[in-house]
Design a protein around this ligand. Structure first.
Ligand SMILES: Cc1cc2nc3c(=O)[nH]c(=O)nc-3n(C[C@H](O)[C@H](O)[C@H](O)COP(=O)(O)O)c2cc1C
Length: 355
């Protein structure tokens, strides 16, 4: 039976994966409070549909940093796709390309930027950057990504250390494949735990490094992992071309607010100077429309694409992206919006208490 929605893909993927892999991909940090609340917070918003608007023709198409995409849903950077499917990140990129959207390749990918570009040359792609303690490795990786046609660098700033992932501690999950960037940084080809892999990341990174990266990068730099108005303002001041409002899918600090709650303050601080994206817990097209109404230009999905990849490789991941696009299209039509640009702050409200 073909899954009809993201939750059904998640259940199917959970049946296919062993405990170690499932714990790594599905899990969050500590008590997994934010993991749950990310999803619940979108559900606590209410859309305010407008009627008698001509929605005979609805488009979900939009642009992110000037790149046309079929919908305001991008594929978030996530690590180690080979654990889920033998075609790994190449399958995910094929799916994104077929669905007309953009994929962000992780530094912790099991495919190099060069190999991905060679396999899927037409795919719209950004490269997510973790800065290694060994800056030479980061320089080589960035140069390779830029030379391979990745049109933005997405600097992830919320992981100076790995969050406390108790599922991984329990299962003892180790990555059974080579991770080229980490291999270069640690000299260990494969079999590392996520904690060991993240140990190669430089925890001393600061705003000055962002400024330097922006100055040296021939492509725009997106800052991913902003959770406060203060940091949104600093990111813009230090040259970010866009911001991803993100708590890393509930995998880092488990005592923070869900992203649906903090998006408005990040959007306010960005003040229209840069595009703002959001991720964490987006599972339905109506969540996407709510995010647009709160001021996001687009959303990213992490686990939904991974569940599709686990269920059916490129075809499975494409199914997930296609169904999200269909859901976004329907939600737009039912809100009286003929395009993502037609969504306004008046299209969403928080649930009011009855007291
Ligand atoms: C298994 C997994 C691996 C991830 N790996 C990375 C990564 O390598 N780099 C990064 O910036 N974010 C990483 N993230 C965070 C995602 O980019 C994104 O912020 C998060 O998945 C969004 O939440 P969602 O899964 O609820 O959609 C990862 C998330 C998951 C679930």
């Amino acid at each position: 039976m073909t899954p009809l929605n993201v939750a059904e893909f998640e259940r199917l993927a959970a049946e296919k994966l062993d405990a170690g892999a499932l714990g790594y991909f599905a899990g969050g940090s500590c008590d997994e409070r934010v993991l749950r609340e990310n999803v619940e917070a979108w559900g606590a918003l209410r859309l305010r549909p407008r009627v008698l608007v001509d929605v005979g023709e609805v488009t979900t198409a939009t642009r992110v940093l000037g790149t046309p995409v079929s919908m305001p849903v991008l594929v978030a950077p996530t690590a180690f796709h080979r654990v889920l499917h033998e075609e790994a990140e190449v399958a995910t990129a094929r799916a994104a390309e077929a669905a007309g959207t953009l994929m962000c390749l992780s530094t912790l990918a099991t495919t190099t930027p060069g190999d991905l570009a060679a396999a899927v040359p037409g795919a719209a792609r950004w490269f997510q950057l973790y800065v290694f303690r060994d800056r030479g490795i980061t320089r080589d990786l960035t140069a390779q990504a830029v030379a391979s046609g990745f049109s933005a660098l997405v600097l992830t700033v919320d992981a100076p250390r790995l969050g406390r992932r108790e599922r991984d501690l329990r299962t003892g999950f180790r990555i059974p494949y080579a991770v080229p960037s980490v291999g270069a940084a640690t000299g260990v080809a494969e079999g590392l735990s996520p904690l060991e892999a993240l140990g190669a990341i430089d925890p001393t990174l600061s705003w000055r490094d962002l400024e330097q990266l922006v100055a040296e990068s021939p492509v725009p730099v997106v800052v991913k992992g902003v959770q406060t108005r203060e940091d949104a303002a600093l990111a813009v001041e230090h040259g970010a071309a866009a911001i991803v409002c993100s708590n890393h899918g509930g995998r880092q600090l488990d005592a923070v607010a869900p992203t649906a709650e903090i998006l408005p303050e990040v959007v306010e601080a960005a003040a229209g100077r840069v595009e703002v994206y959001v991720d964490g817990g987006i599972r339905r097209g109506s969540d996407v429309v709510a995010a647009l109404a709160l001021g996001a230009r687009a959303v990213l999905v992490g686990r939904p694409a991974l569940w599709g990849l686990a269920c059916g490789g490129a075809a499975g991941a494409q199914q997930v992206l296609d169904l999200l696009r269909d859901e976004v299209e329907l939600a737009l039509a039912l809100c009286g919006c003929a395009s993502p640009d037609a969504v306004t702050p008046a299209h969403v409200t928080a649930v009011r208490s009855r007291a």
